[in-house]
Design a protein around this ligand. Structure first.
Ligand code: PHE
Length: 447
């Protein structure tokens, strides 16, 4: 086998994995659902979902990836030769490619808004956003630029592309979001937003709220689509799986909280009510920045620019992890060169993304099972393919792999005493708790 590239160490693994985890999910979904489902009460449930359901699945993927030492398909084949498990490897090559296509459309929006911010034309009126996404050229141009950026980073390879990009952008990203948090909290009337996020309202903690917490933890940690597995296959044997998981989940959780405190106080200060999804980030916030910087075009341009730069970085570092899954597969299983693999897959994501982008405008009436192309792909992946992938990964590690092998990988051959101590708990979580948690997500999608 050819020499595979590897991440330089624990810190690099955490930065790359956190880059994958921290993304649009943290910035636009988390702040909204927290308030919707009971503030601090929801945060507690979300924390538990991360720790007891998402983290074990993260470990399952990491264990498969590092032990298999190949792309998703190759790793499954190597660990379960002669069985049908390789199909799970295939599933987790298709799902990320679909995610990449619509994720890149939204990534493109952040580029567009970054330009608008810097050129001082952001947030002068509401309604701009729906006009923008339903138009043809501008969103497609932005989507194209986004895909090119993702491909360029991936072309750099594991060390000079993914690792370098993540190590540079993660600290900057935290710094940028902190700037916005401070700005947001000092606006007059920000207290309402803080209240919205922290006031515990246990009456809102319904079954739906709990399922949403699990689903959000799942999406946020990039589970079930082979990104964690693929990155783990670039981990060195001496690096610590327990630590990399705790580090990644910790940063991801922290960033989600920061995003909440960046977004919601500003929304309340402006006297608006929080909306969900793209509208919150791309319409409400620019409007607020415009209004708050009233009179000062500079201030608006700076604050909005900083914010959209953060969104763009978060989206890019997630998107590269999604593309890498397919690239690793084509390189290792089909013998393609890295450049060719990157080219083919980015073209695919770009083309499908084109349809997603047009589904806000000219193709709006084209529905699949009642949803636009964009919505359909998002629902298919977030509600079904990701949880299914995650469920199968956990079942594989919890029930199919010999426990001694799992422990061996998790504790680096028994050389990490903490990992050995904690393993019995992890095993119970993997076998029982995580699968039940995923079934919650399915039930929530069905009902
Ligand atoms: N975790 C990313 C986010 O929060 C999304 C993602 C999903 C990335 C699946 C990779 C794989 O935005």
């Amino acid at each position: 086998m050819k020499n595979r590239e590897q991440f330089s160490g624990n810190l690099s693994v955490i930065m790359a994995m956190a880059g994958s985890a921290i993304g649009l999910g943290n910035i636009w979904r988390f702040p909204y659902i927290v308030g919707e489902y009971g503030g601090a009460a929801f945060i507690i449930v979300y924390f538990a979902a991360c720790l007891f359901i998402a983290l074990p699945i993260f470990y399952a993927e990491t264990i498969i990836g590092r032990r298999g030492g190949l792309d998703t398909y190759g790793s499954m084949k190597r660990l379960a030769p002669g069985t049908h498990w390789y199909k799970l490897g295939l599933l987790t090559i298709i799902s990320p490619m679909l995610i990449l296509s619509y994720y890149s459309v939204v990534g493109g929006w952040s580029i567009h808004y970054l330009f608008k911010s810097v050129s001082g034309t952001v947030g002068q009126e509401t309604g701009q956003f729906s006009e923008f996404i339903s138009s043809v050229e501008a969103p497609i141009l932005a989507h194209t630029v986004f895909v090119i950026l993702v491909a360029a980073i991936i072309l750099g390879g594991v060390k000079k592309g993914i690792e370098k990009f993540s190590k540079i952008t993660m600290p900057i990203l935290f710094f940028l979001i902190l700037v916005i948090v401070v700005y947001s909290l000092t606006l007059p009337g920000a207290g309402g937003g803080v209240d919205y996020l922290v006031r515990p309202d246990f009456s809102k903690l319904t079954g739906g709220a709990i399922a949403s917490a699990v689903g959000q933890a799942f999406f946020s940690l990039s589970l079930g689509v082979g990104t964690v597995l693929t990155y783990a296959s670039y981990m060195r044997k001496q690096d610590n799986i327990l630590v990399s998981g705790l580090g990644t989940a910790g940063f991801d959780f922290l960033f989600a909280l920061l995003a909440g405190f960046a977004v919601m106080p500003a929304v309340f200060a402006a006297g608006l009510s929080p909306s969900s999804g793209p509208g919150l980030v791309f319409e409400t916030l620019p409007y607020i920045f415009g209004k708050m910087g009233a009179g000062s075009v500079w201030l608006t341009a700076c604050v909005a620019g900083v914010f959209f730069l953060a969104v763009l970085m978060a989206a890019l570092s997630s998107a590269i992890s999604i593309l890498e899954v397919g690239v690793a597969y084509l390189v290792e299983e089909k013998g393609l060169g890295r450049s060719r693999a990157t080219l083919y897959l980015s073209l695919f994501a770009w083309a499908v993304g084109l349809l997603c982008s047009l589904s806000f405008g000219p193709l709006a009436d084209f529905k699949i099972l009642g949803s636009s192309i964009f919505e359909f792909l998002d629902k298919l992946c977030s509600n079904w393919m990701m949880p299914l992938g995650g469920l199968l990964f956990t079942l594989f590690v919890g029930w199919k792999m010999p426990s001694a092998d799992v422990l061996d990988e998790f504790s680096n051959g028994g050389s990490k005493p903490w990992n050995v101590k904690i393993y019995p708990f992890v095993r119970v979580l993997l076998r029982y708790v995580a699968p039940i948690g995923i079934i919650f997500i399915f039930l929530n999608s069905v009902l």
